[in-house]
Write a protein that binds this ligand. Structure first.
Ligand code: SF4
Length: 397
């Protein structure tokens, strides 16, 4: 299906361009002073206004990103500012829909503040907060097969402290999927993959994981030209990989599991212990080998800046050494995630007690560059993995 481009006039603004794409609708002022994007259910995805980028989460919040004197600034708008941004976007969208007179734009009309609030509440009834996804999975259809993290005690991580870990049964997951399908409706076309959340969903025993995949298959989740269950992704912690055999990982790969994301954080065992992260770098290497032997690609996430100056040298050297043993290849990703200590967090208390000197943004970026240089020098066999930045402040779902 091709993109249809309509030009409609909105007095006193003048002509605006409306692009009706197979999976989204874009509204643009020629000259690009502003633009807005909507999914096919009519939900605003984001916009570009006066040099700032905006992203709307399904639970109704709005993140603004723009260039500032100290670099890229990110700020969640307060309720009033978010409401004003949404009201302006939908006023323009509704007027464009009327001016163009194309029935495919009807989904943009009628988004009153009350309807927006009800829609956000609907999302919150279906989902526990989607705390984080890897950057290449921001457009996934999230299916929360588990809630929380089975460990939930790493000193630097507060993503799931608000909920106990629990594994959903097949019937409960079926109901969750049905609700998610109803919520997304035609907007499912924008979802590029299926992400089994929360953290460590794949720690569940094989019979349970099989029952989930059966439920997902039965739901018949499709997007134009594709079925999402053929592209399943998930987080897992290294110390949980060994609960499944290579054969079981191969079975999951055959059922659509493409890649799992492992928070290695560091190849330095002393730093891992400081971070209260269970296991060792060796465990992560073994976990990656097990997964790859089963035909599942991996993404290894490294935190940069964590452990400050005291751990920096060993963090760099031992991380390069560990990554070099993983035989990472195309389809695998090494993510570099700059660490931001939250005031009052367990990490901050530990760091203060240990007299850790934090690295600033420039030093943290230099640490990433050093690991990248190290990896380039390592004689990896054949073409290597993708290397990319993972800035958790960019995440919106
Ligand atoms: S880093 Fe991973 S294992 Fe550790 S608490 Fe967070 S989600 Fe759980």
């Amino acid at each position: 299906m091709a993109t249809d481009i309509l030009i409609c006039t909105l007095p006193p603004i003048g002509p605006v361009e409306v692009r009706i794409r197979p999976v989204a609708i874009n509204l643009l002022l020629p000259g690009e002073q502003w633009s807005y994007s909507f999914d096919l259910a009519g939900r605003l995805i984001g916009g570009f206004v006066a040099g700032a980028n905006y992203r709307r989460s399904f639970d109704g919040r709005v993140l603004r990103k723009r260039a500032g004197p100290g670099g890229r600034e990110r700020e969640w708008l307060d309720e009033a500012a978010a409401a004003a941004f949404l009201a302006r976007a939908y006023e323009l969208a509704e007027r464009a829909a009327r001016a163009c007179g194309d029935a495919r734009l009807d989904v943009l009309a009628g988004w009153t503040p009350e309807r927006l609030a009800a829609d956000a509440a609907w999302f919150r009834r279906i989902y526990r907060p989607v705390s984080i996804l890897p950057p290449d999975q921001y457009l996934a259809l999230v299916i929360q097969a588990t809630e929380g993290c089975s460990y939930n005690s790493c000193a630097f991580c507060d993503f799931y402290r608000d909920r106990p870990f629990r594994i959903k049964g097949a019937e409960e997951l079926r109901a969750h999927i049905t609700e998610a399908q109803r919520f997304f409706g035609p907007a499912i076309g924008l979802r590029r993959s299926l992400f089994l959340a929360d953290a460590n969903a794949l720690v569940a025993p094989m019979p349970r994981v099989r029952s989930w995949l059966d439920a997902i298959d039965e739901a018949g989740i499709r997007r134009p030209g594709d079925i999402l269950p053929s592209r399943v992704f998930s987080f897992i912690d290294a110390f949980d990989v060994g609960r499944k055999s290579v054969e079981e990982w191969a079975e999951l790969a055959a059922r659509g599991l493409r890649r799992v994301y492992i928070g290695m954080e560091s190849g330095d065992d002393a730093l891992l212990r400081f971070l209260r992260k269970p296991g060792s770098a060796r465990d992560v290497v073994e976990a990656v080998r097990t997964l790859k032997a089963g035909g599942v690609s991996v993404s290894v996430i490294i935190m940069t800046g964590v452990g400050g100056r005291q751990y920096a040298a060993n963090h760099i050297d031992n991380t390069i050494a560990a990554l070099a043993q993983m035989a990472l290849a195309p389809g695998d990703i090494v993510y570099f995630s700059p660490f931001f200590a939250q005031p009052g967090s367990e990490y901050s208390r530990l760091a203060q007690a240990a007299g850790i000197e934090p690295l600033d943004a420039r030093e943290t970026a230099a640490q990433e560059a050093a690991i990248r240089r190290g990896l380039a020098q390592v004689a990896l066999q054949g073409p290597g993995p993708q290397l990319a930045r993972y800035d958790i402040r960019e995440f919106v779902y």
